[in-house]
Design a protein around this ligand. Structure first.
Ligand SMILES: *Cc1c(COP(=O)(O)O)cnc(C)c1O
Length: 427
């Protein structure tokens, strides 16, 4: 499915022309394709075949209530990292009993909130957290379901800021220490039910090899814990990468099509074909926690060009979105393709696309060949559906952008643009 493509020279999301949305609702605005989200979720299900599995969408990638509702209606579970995300899942009609709670720093209030809603599992990242969870559950007179996150010490070969499965990362507990910890917990922590095992080696993985290595390495541990502690699930985390480069030209904009080490395009079907055989005989429910794969290429950020500035060294195209709206380029050297809403056929120019923020890191691309769009024209920054709006801030007192959900030929504003009054409310 091609959710974002030119039709008669106009960039569309499904059957809606994006220029119309920019004209009606202004910019910057995020636009999401409902059918792309559904397609990705269903394709992953299919790729896993008859493996006993559950997909828990990583809410932190995109937590808009209407996006969560699409997935809740499909029966998805949710991987949350805060009490706020649990609140959103509940508001969106998701089932807390299909929620796993990740993160290294859960607070007392968050633990109580999640216990009250009987989430499926706390995915615990340290022994002190496990002990604290036991204590809080005891105070409430309940048993807390828990899994420990194992750090398999595998190099995910992704950007260092989104690599999480090496011993030097803050995440998880050393592979070698896990069995002892489960033994100790089962002896000493009466309010904990050891329900599973969790891992997550990083994000934006474009090869199946690190996934396979991690699964192969951790499998004996998972089997041992099943045998000894009767665990019922093994979460293999998220991290499935997507295409950011040439995502429009390749026609692969709507689904994962990463490159493995030999530059052979990979599909979600190949991901399934690689991991399912390794997991089939484990006899545990397999959880997956994809975020980016589900929503990354299902969203774009619309922004309007305000000015062009030709210096002696560079041409800058200054747009009305900034790093406060989409921080991936500044934070992770993230790449977003640039597509004018009205198709350009002429020559390309080399330019920087920058925002209005008073930071040199406020750019969307540097020295890139692109269509020579001009002030007054609007463009789309592609592949902005994951880690886009959720990381937006009010830096420079800029209102948070609007969000629109497209479904076929229809669209809905699923979050209004903030007003200046919204920004100062509470001060
Ligand atoms: C961020 C995160 C995910 C989702 O990662 P993606 O790369 O978006 O798939 C899944 N599990 C955990 C524990 C995470 O922290």
């Amino acid at each position: 499915m091609h959710a974002f493509s030119y039709k008669n020279g106009q960039l569309h999301c499904e059957d809606v022309a994006l220029q119309g949305l920019a004209d009606t609702y202004g910019t910057p605005t995020y636009v999401y394709s409902a059918n792309t989200i559904l397609d990705h979720f269903r394709r992953l299900h299919l790729a896993l075949g008859d493996l006993d599995h559950e997909i828990a969408f990583a809410v932190k990638a995109n937590s808009n209530l209407s996006v969560l509702r699409i997935l809740a209606d499909e029966g998805a579970g949710f991987d949350i990292v805060s009490g706020g995300e649990l609140f959103r899942v509940i508001k969106a009609g998701g089932n807390p009993q299909q929620c796993t709670f990740a993160g290294v720093g859960k607070t007392r209030e968050e633990i109580i909130y999640a216990l009250q809603h009987q989430i499926y599992s706390f995915n615990v990242e340290s022994e002190s957290e496990l002990r604290y969870l036991n204590e809080v559950a005891g105070e409430l007179g309940v048993i807390a379901p828990a899994a420990v996150r194992v750090n398999p010490n595998i190099d995910a070969k992704t950007h260092k800021y989104i690599s999480t499965g090496k011993s030097e990362n803050k995440f998880g507990i050393d592979f070698e220490a896990i069995i002892d910890l489960y033994d100790r917990a089962s002896r000493e922590l009466p309010n904990i039910r050891l329900r599973g095992l969790q891992m997550h080696i990083g994000s934006q993985l474009t090869s199946v090899k690190p996934f396979m290595e991690a699964v192969e390495k951790v499998k004996p541990l998972a089997l041992a814990l099943k045998e000894k502690h009767n665990i019922e699930f093994w979460s293999i985390g998220g991290g499935i990468g997507i295409v950011y480069h040439d995502s429009l030209a390749s026609g692969a904009v709507s689904w994962w099509d990463g490159q493995d080490a030999e530059s052979k395009p990979l599909t979600i079907e190949e991901y399934g074909a690689a991991v399912v055989p390794l997991l089939q005989d484990v006899g545990l429910k397999i959880l997956l926690e994809p975020g980016r794969y589900i929503v990354g290429n299902a969203g774009v950020l619309l922004t309007k060009c305000l000015y062009e500035k030709k210096g002696s060294a560079k041409t800058f195209k200054i747009v009305d979105a900034g790093m406060n709206d989409l921080i991936r380029p500044a934070l992770y050297e993230g790449h977003h393709e640039i597509a004018p809403l009205q198709e350009h056929k002429g020559d390309l120019v080399k330019a920087d696309v920058v925002g209005p923020i008073c930071e040199s890191g406020d750019f969307f691309c540097q020295d890139r060949e692109m269509p020579d769009f001009q002030p007054g024209e609007s463009i789309a920054l592609l592949s902005a559906g994951a880690y886009g709006f959720v990381m937006a801030s009010n830096y420079n007192s800029r209102p948070l952008p609007a969000e629109i959900l497209v479904d076929g030929a229809t669209h809905r504003v699923v979050r209004k643009r903030q007003t200046l009054e919204d920004i100062i409310a509470g001060e």
